[in-house]
Design a protein around this ligand. Structure first.
Ligand SMILES: [Zn+2]
Ligand SMILES: [Zn+2]
Length: 336
């Protein structure tokens, strides 16, 4: 623990959590039921991105998603409706959070990880501006790919080409699958993300996301087109696993909206001086600062199992740097 307190890089942060980053204790052995309960209580019984995504998923399914029987053939009407729904939700959450945290500066620097403001007049970014760059890659690239994938799955569901359930006929599976979706998403993300860190893909594709060393709400899914083709392929699980359209909608909000909160740059969103919403994810913030660590999420500890976990301590920074050096020197040198 003293290692955490005496970290020589501590002053590179404006704020960081007072304890090393935790991982889901569900995978610890021997199992500690109290710790597991506390983990899931923290995830579901406070205002967290999971809760927010679930609320948006139910609302979108009830009021925004066209009914399945309209989606048996590809027609512009319902496809545009799905696209506008995606654009609208993304703009509402990322735009709203950006306005509160970075324009209105509603909570000043309270619980802000990075000392710096978002970047302007920087040639690294499209339009020389971090926020405009992020909006372009989010609304242009991410929302297009996400919409195409969703429409394919909804069309397949509407035609009965894939197993579709109702909550009345399969209530237990319906609820269990809802709670498993974040775990599936984390598993899929870890492997896709590791692939994107292979030197060739990183340089041509994933670097677009990593322009954001200091992240903001619009950075969450500010990804290259090719990255989005991989990232949103997580939705195709609904072509195999029996699902209801609400499962797809929760998967959609989780995949598209939770990164907005996790990249917001603030650990909590404060309203009227109170820490109201659990937002920023220090686990992933460390990935943006040190790159070759924390490829997954804290939900399934793949990083711990494969030796790439950074818990925020100085020892983990040293380990990550050694891993990075090894990664970039291990490749055989080109002859000639
Ligand atoms: Zn990455
Ligand atoms: Zn990220």
């Amino acid at each position: 623990m003293s290692d955490f307190v005496d970290d020589p890089e501590a002053d590179r942060w404006h704020y960081r959590p007072p304890h090393p980053v935790g991982l889901n204790p569900l995978f610890d052995w021997p199992l500690k039921p109290r710790a597991v309960l506390a983990w899931y209580r923290g995830a579901w019984l406070q205002i967290t991105s999971l809760v927010i995504c679930m609320v948006f998923a139910v609302a979108a399914w009830l009021w925004l998603l066209p009914p399945l029987d309209r989606m048996t053939t590809f027609a512009p009407g319902w496809i545009v409706q799905v696209w506008v729904m995606n654009l609208g939700l993304q703009t509402l959450v990322a735009g709203g959070l950006h306005w509160w945290l970075y324009i209105r500066r509603g909570q000043g620097m309270h619980r802000k990880f990075d000392k710096r403001d978002l970047t302007r007049k920087n040639g690294t970014f499209t339009f020389n501006n971090q926020v405009l760059d992020n909006i372009w890659w989010t609304l242009g690239s991410a929302m297009t790919v996400a919409t195409v994938y969703q429409c394919l799955i909804l069309w397949a569901m509407a035609n009965g080409y894939v197993p579709v359930i109702t909550f009345a006929a399969a209530p237990v599976w319906g609820v269990v699958w809802l709670f498993l979706i974040p775990m599936w998403s984390g598993l899929h993300f870890y492997w896709v993300h590791r692939l994107e860190h292979s030197p060739r893909l990183y340089k041509r594709v994933h670097a677009v996301h990593h322009r954001n060393v200091n992240t903001g709400p619009w950075s969450g899914i500010s990804n290259h087109w090719f990255e989005n083709l991989l990232y949103f392929s997580t939705y195709f699980i609904h072509l195999i696993v029996p699902s209801h359209p609400l499962h797809l909608m929760f998967h959609v909000t989780f995949q598209q909206l939770s990164p907005v909160l996790s990249h917001s740059g603030f650990e909590r969103v404060a309203v009227q001086g109170q820490d109201a919403v659990k937002a920023g994810d220090f686990f992933h913030q460390l990935h943006h600062r040190y790159f070759e660590c924390n490829y997954g999420t804290s939900e399934i500890p793949f990083d711990k199992w494969f030796g790439t976990f950074h818990d925020g301590t100085a020892a983990a920074t040293t380990r990550t740097r050694a891993h990075k050096t090894q990664m970039y020197t291990k490749r055989p040198a080109k002859s000639g």
